[in-house]
Design a binder for this molecule. Structure first.
Ligand code: HPA
Length: 273
């Protein structure tokens, strides 16, 4: 089949043009780094210097959230001396969006000039050593949601869309300060948690952690050539690996507990890499 016949060629990389025109009067500084923060992991956005906050509902083309209490804000400003664009209230495919829609903030940040991307998420630990509270740098991912990635063309080959040199640099820098693991993140669409049998199958496939986000944005960032880093906060043992039944509130609670360390890590990365 000709590439032009593929259904996703209907999508455009220029869908951010109206948003760029809307943002132009704000005279935003070029964001060097895009930060997308997972549920319950967004507090760093409240500490940004000289921030400009823009509600996503006013931005033309920005996917409209249907989730009650959804923050839906972009925060522009400086963190550790770097200009950043922070997405508060990310877009999940389980809310009914396509991966292409979920990746809109990435296309927007790239169009504004961002060259680096740091994404965080909450995830269930599959690797036996990954207990709640573990921070895992994502070495690679598995798209188990079986959703086509949000690209209008095949893009460069993704041996891994995560920057290995960046990961190694961070592991070196944090050696004596912050305990970090490295592993493979597996994306399920959700919103239901997995069954014990699914987790057994995912472990056999090579997954170390499981979650419901990140892959659409990272796939898009890869096609746009952004240098990408993913950090999973392990908030629980994945289904069936512990006698405790999984609850969303517990996931948020553990996320809160590890926020300070995650924030120090993100600051260190911005400052020193
Ligand atoms: N499964 C899927 N997503 C998650 C989990 C989990 O166990 N924990 C946090 N997000």
């Amino acid at each position: 089949m000709e590439l032009t016949q593929l259904p996703h060629t209907a999508f455009s990389m220029n869908d951010t043009q109206p948003a760029l025109e809307y943002l132009a009067p704000y005279n935003l500084p070029t964001p060097e780094v895009l930060l997308i923060l997972g549920s319950g992991l967004g507090s760093i956005a409240d500490t940004i210097d000289s921030s400009q906050v823009i509600s996503t509902k006013n931005i033309p083309g920005y996917p409209v959230s249907t989730v009650p209490g959804h923050k839906g804000r972009l925060v522009f400003g400086q963190l550790e001396g770097k200009h950043v664009m922070v997405v508060q209230g990310r877009i999940h495919v389980y809310e009914g969006y396509t991966p292409y829609e979920a990746a809109f903030p990435v296309r927007l940040a790239a169009a504004l000039g961002a060259r680096k991307f740091i994404v965080t998420n909450a995830a269930g630990g599959i690797h036996p050593d990954f207990s709640p509270g573990t921070l895992m740098l994502i070495s690679n991912h598995i798209n188990m949601a079986m959703e086509p990635p949000p690209i209008p063309h095949p893009g460069p080959p993704a041996v891994s869309p995560y920057d290995t040199a960046w990961i190694n640099q961070i592991l070196d820098l944090t050696r004596d300060q912050i305990s970090l693991q490295k592993g493979v993140y597996l994306w399920t669409k959700g919103p239901a948690y997995e069954t014990k049998s699914e987790i057994k199958a995912f472990a056999a496939l090579g997954a170390d952690a499981v979650g419901m986000s990140t892959v659409p944005e990272v796939s898009q960032a890869h096609t746009l050539g952004l240098k990408t880093l993913g950090i999973s906060t392990i908030t629980n043992h994945a289904a069936g690996l512990s006698p405790i039944l999984l609850k969303h509130e517990d996931v948020l609670e553990v996320g809160k507990g590890i926020q300070t360390t995650l924030e120090s890590l993100v600051r260190l990365i911005l400052r020193e890499t």
